[in-house]
Design a binder for this molecule. Sequence first.
Ligand SMILES: [Zn+2]
Length: 285
Amino acid sequence: MQNVHSKKWIDPEKDDRIKERKEIEFQHEIQLAKNIREANKIAREMGFQADYSGIDIRAANEWNVGLYNAKRDFPEVTKKIKFVGSSQKRNHLIRKAATKYYYESLISNGYPKKEAESASKKLGRKIIGNVNSNEMASSIGLESIKGLPLGLKEAVSQYVGITMNDKYFDNYGRVIENGLRQVKSKWHPEGCFNVKATFDHEFAHQIDEHLEVGKNKTIQKIFEDRTNEKITHDLCRYAWDNDNPKKYSEMIAEGWSEYCNSKKPREMATIIGEEIIKLWKKKNF
Ligand SMILES: [Zn+2]
């Protein structure tokens, strides 16, 4: 529990000093950017390619704070993240890299330039299209590109990571308003209304891939023991009502997000959170 103090012995002057010191400590840990250029720079200094164009600066800062904490707590997982920022920018870069790969292979196979140009553009778009309008944020891991031909995989792999839809995260106030509504309707778990909660959800997908959390029997059991209605009640609806082909993925991500963001994580979130930490320690200590 951080920063809990009872009202009865508050000393305003002393508390102000504490607040001031806390802010300074935070500044030392990670500097908050005043604009997108600075936010990109801060992410780059942490070792990521970054393009937060179109994102509200407060959302970009929360994403960077999430990355900073993730790097400290799960360094091996964070190493697999290459790109952060806007999903639109990421998709554009992946498409560009794929198109270039196809163009070069077609040319080396004797295709005329013009044909190679239009064919490679089409193939590039097949690799990744536009960002879905109902997608808030997304995580692309190395796992999801492992079936691609070697050269293409290499080109695309520099852009795997976690990103935000810039049509959604361009307005911080709206993000919070929508977030609170989604928590209230049990679409997302308790406490998971802000940008950090979305970051933790997406980062959980990366943890899941690294530790194969979905293969864990305890994790599977908390899903299988419950009806969909019960999962909605005990965690949230999105934990089962989604089109992710990996069955337990969204439950794991939502559970981790509640574990990290709720003041009082409930049973499902607690089991998921503790199981992830156990798996992490088993692999790393
Ligand atoms: Zn997800």
